[in-house]
Write a protein of this length. Structure first.
Length: 389
């Protein structure tokens, strides 16, 4: 069976499974009972997992709930970015949108993708990830959304995504338009503002087939162990001596690594004080190591066309009625920012709010020193204004 035929079959299966999510609710397992969150004890944390095994032992997703004792006014499902998960790595509301919203009347649910079940060591064959497409992840997200609606009692969820999670949030809102109260796009996009209709995903997939590189590794050339040591050191004491003699402290070293990782100030701008190296280290230390590369190809194909014929997940984009709240950083460059603005403006919604964050890097949008005032407070006000009475 060819890759594309297999993918079509799997996509149909994924959406069939998602459509029957109500029957799957009984399969969720409570793995962490409701208890005060360490470092933020007024917030209660609960975690469930769901083994959606189809091919491997790693086909497991998770949902975390963060809420206070107060009666919630709205419910939100948060979709993390690449290599991220639903675990609260930061316990201060100035650097954690989930806690900020939970304390202001929002029942917050965050997701662990299948990638969270893949161990950081001991796996050498990632061929199973060839089938971890965006369609399959959207199927998982629909199951998570049903769980969040069931637990919260809210018929509609607000859905937030960060980075790649924005694309998945658009896909969810398009596939379940009557179950999404609003979409919060945190520095990500769904479509290109200047589509060329020239991208050839088949050629990309042939290269993946030939190379077998079905998983990307967040640690890159540095290696997982070296990355972990850097994050642990900067997270515990950023003032300690750097491991690189070019820098005085490990915090300064990490700030420079992140500032130059993509483009100057693109990933994070701790150099100019927009974020704190210690906060960034604690966030990055909790990342999952691997992510399916097939989704890179899919994302480019979807972005390059108003309606990608290879997938149903963008069929309603351009006709969406869901309110959209967008935040975009300037550090990632003009094309990145314009893609995010275009995705929101041309979604079809008549209720679109745009926020451009000057000098922000990508991660600064969710953990920056001014994120509370520039992102969290506007988000809370926007949700509560649109929450059902």
């Amino acid at each position: 069976m060819s890759f594309w035929r297999a993918r079509i079959v799997l996509a149909a299966l994924a959406f069939s499974l998602a459509a029957s999510a109500h029957a799957e609710d009984a399969v969720w397992s409570l793995v962490e009972k409701t208890a005060p969150l360490a470092g933020a004890t007024d917030v209660q944390h609960t975690r469930w997992t769901f083994n959606r095994a189809t091919r491997t032992l790693y086909d497991v997703i998770g949902v975390h709930r963060y809420r206070t004792a107060a009666t919630p006014k709205a419910a939100l499902l948060y979709l993390p970015g690449t290599n991220m998960n639903g675990v609260a790595a930061l316990a201060h509301e100035d650097h954690n949108l989930w806690l900020f919203l939970a304390r202001r009347g929002v029942d917050v649910y965050t997701m662990d993708y299948r990638t969270h079940a893949v161990p950081a060591a001991g796996v050498s064959d990632f061929a199973f990830m060839r089938f971890w497409t965006m369609e399959y992840f959207v199927s998982d997200i629909r199951a998570a959304a049903f769980k969040a609606r069931t637990e919260s009692g809210q018929p509609k969820l607000f859905v937030a995504g960060f980075s790649r999670g924005v694309s998945l949030a658009y896909a969810l809102a398009a596939s379940e338009p009557d179950a999404v109260a609003g979409l919060i796009a945190l520095d990500g996009s769904f479509k290109s503002y200047a589509p060329k209709n020239q991208y050839d995903p088949a050629a990309d997939l042939q290269k993946l087939e030939a190379s077998g590189a079905w998983a990307s590794d967040v640690s890159g050339r540095a290696g997982w162990e070296a990355r972990a040591k850097l994050m642990a050191a900067a997270g515990s004491n950023p003032a300690q001596p750097a491991s690189d003699p070019k820098f005085k402290t490990i915090g300064e070293q990490l700030a420079n690594v992140l500032y130059t990782a993509w483009r100057p100030g693109g990933l994070a701008n701790a150099v100019d004080g927009l974020s704190n190296p210690q906060v960034l280290a604690k966030l990055l230390a909790g990342y999952d190591r691997y992510y399916p590369t097939v989704q890179d190809s899919e994302g480019r194909s979807i972005g390059d066309r108003a309606d990608d014929p290879r997938t149903p997940i963008d069929d309603l984009w351009g006709e969406m009625k869901t309110p959209v709240l967008y935040f975009g950083c300037t550090g990632m460059g003009g094309d990145w920012l314009l893609n995010g603005i275009y995705s929101a403006e041309k979604s079809g919604s008549s209720d679109v709010t745009l926020n451009v964050l000057e000098r922000y890097g990508h991660l600064d949008v969710i953990v920056g020193e001014k994120a509370r005032a520039d992102v969290f407070e506007p988000t809370s006000a926007w949700i509560l204004k649109r929450a059902q009475p």
